[in-house]
Design a protein around this ligand. Structure first.
Ligand code: DC
Length: 228
C-alpha cells in the first residue's frame, strides 16, 4: 500500500507545466519529477550517436545501451545520461523535435516507466509529462490537465527566447507547437489526453500564482493535508 501522495500534471508543450510544478512542489514540500527531461536525455543520446528518428530498430537497441537516472542538487532535478549531467543540453529545438518523434516507440516509453513509478512509490511527487495521469500513475491522488491556447503557448515561448537574446519567429514557434501537439496527442501508445478524473486548468488567462493556488486547492480537496 502506498503511503505517498502523488500529483500528476499532464498537458501540451508550453502550457507551463514545469514552471508551475516546480513552484507547487516547493510550496508543498514535494519532489518535482520532470519526465520530459528524461525523454529529452534519451533523444540527446540518439542525436549524439547518429540514430535516425525513423529507425525504430536502432532506437530499441540504443535504449538497452543507455542509462537514465535523476539526481537532485539543492532541490533541483538533474537528469543523467550514462552518469553525465545533460540537463543543460536538452532544451534546444532540435532535441524537442527528436524527443517528440522518438517518444512514440514502446522501447523508449518502457525504459522510463519503472523508474518513474519507483520515484512516485518512494516520495511525495509532483510529476509532469503527457501520460502521467493516464498511464504512469493511474492511482495518483490528484490529476491535473494543464493547458492553454496554442497562441498563448507560442507567445510565452517567444518571450522566453527573446529574453535569452535568441532570434525567433512567432509564427514558426506556433507551427512547431501545433506539430508537437498533433504528434503527442495522436500517437498510438500513451498519447496525451486528459484523464477522466483529472481537473482541467486552462492557464491562458491565469497568472502563475493563480494556477499554483488552483492545484493546491485541488490537492487539498483530494485529501492532501488531511493526514496524507
Ligand atoms: O514536457 P517536454 O516538452 O519537456 O516533453 C518533450 C517531449 O517528450 C514531448 O513532446 C513528448 C515527450 N514526452 C512524453 O512522451 N511523455 C512524457 N511523460 C513526457 C514527455
Amino acid at each position: 500500500m502506498t503511503t505517498t501522495y502523488n500529483i500528476a500534471i499532464d498537458g501540451p508543450a508550453g502550457a507551463g507545466k514545469s514552471t508551475i510544478a516546480k513552484l507547487t512542489a516547493r510550496k508543498l514540500g514535494f519532489v518535482y519529477v520532470d519526465t520530459g527531461a528524461m525523454y529529452r536525455a534519451m533523444a540527446l543520446y540518439f542525436l549524439r550517436n547518429g540514430i535516425g528518428k525513423d529507425d525504430e530498430k536502432a532506437v530499441g537497441e540504443a535504449c538497452e545501451a543507455m542509462d537514465i537516472s535523476l539526481q537532485y542538487r539543492d532541490g533541483v532535478q538533474q537528469v543523467l545520461l550514462n552518469g553525465e549531467d545533460v540537463s543543460g543540453l536538452i532544451r534546444t529545438e532540435e532535441v524537442s523535435q527528436m524527443t517528440s518523434a522518438v517518444s512514440v516507440y514502446p522501447a523508449v516509453r518502457q525504459k522510463l516507466l519503472q523508474l518513474q513509478r519507483e520515484l512516485a512509490r518512494t516520495e511525495d511527487v509532483i510529476m509532469d509529462g503527457r501520460d502521467i495521469g493516464t498511464c504512469v500513475l493511474p492511482d495518483a491522488e490528484t490529476k491535473i490537465y494543464l493547458t492553454a491556447s496554442p497562441r498563448v503557448r507560442a507567445l510565452r515561448r517567444f518571450k522566453e527566447l527573446e529574453e535569452r537574446g535568441e532570434t525567433c519567429n512567432l509564427e514558426e514557434i506556433e507551427q512547431d507547437i501545433r506539430e508537437r501537439d498533433d504528434r503527442d496527442m495522436n500517437r498510438e501508445i500513451a498519447p496525451l489526453k486528459q484523464a477522466e478524473d483529472a481537473v482541467c486548468i486552462d492557464s491562458s488567462q491565469m497568472t502563475i500564482d493563480q494556477v499554483v493556488q488552483a492545484i493546491t486547492e485541488a490537492a487539498m480537496a483530494r485529501g492532501l493535508g488531511n493526514g496524507r
